[in-house]
Design a protein around this ligand. Structure first.
Ligand SMILES: [Zn+2]
Ligand SMILES: [Zn+2]
Length: 127
């Protein structure tokens, strides 16, 4: 690999190209680009990302999986925003008997009970 090719790889990486795209551009093999990039990553300063919740800088630990949050509480708040940790009770109306009922997080539930569900499936519209 020539100095020129290394510079090309660096420029491509700055532009966000993928390994295989860089391989195409430089005419090098994917594995050559990959090994060059991983060597570069190890010598680089710690990569900083921003917290998905509060936007604060998160220093990425070396040889660990990527961190997206500056701390645990940001992580949980973010999860909460995504609805993962929400225990909201939804008020719905039974699609069969019309009776109001509540469901916890299951937005697909359309009937107040299994009985209504089965009756609706059978096409029996009650009496
Ligand atoms: Zn944060
Ligand atoms: Zn019902």
């Amino acid at each position: 690999m020539t100095e020129n090719q290394k510079k090309q790889i660096d420029a491509c990486r700055e532009n966000g190209l993928t390994i295989s795209a860089i391989a195409n551009v430089t005419g090098l093999s994917v594995s050559a680009v990959k090994s060059y990039c991983s060597r570069r990553n190890n010598s680089d300063k710690p990569f900083e990302a921003s917290c998905k919740y509060c936007g604060a800088a998160v220093t990425q630990p070396k040889s660990r999986r990527e961190k997206h949050f500056c701390n645990q509480s940001c992580y949980f708040r973010w999860r909460y925003l995504q609805g993962d940790l929400k225990r909201t009770v939804y008020e719905k109306e039974c699609a069969y008997c019309g009776k109001p009922f509540t469901v916890e997080s299951n937005m697909n539930q359309r009937y107040c009970s299994r009985a209504c569900y089965h009756k609706a499936r059978k096409g029996d519209h009650g009496g």
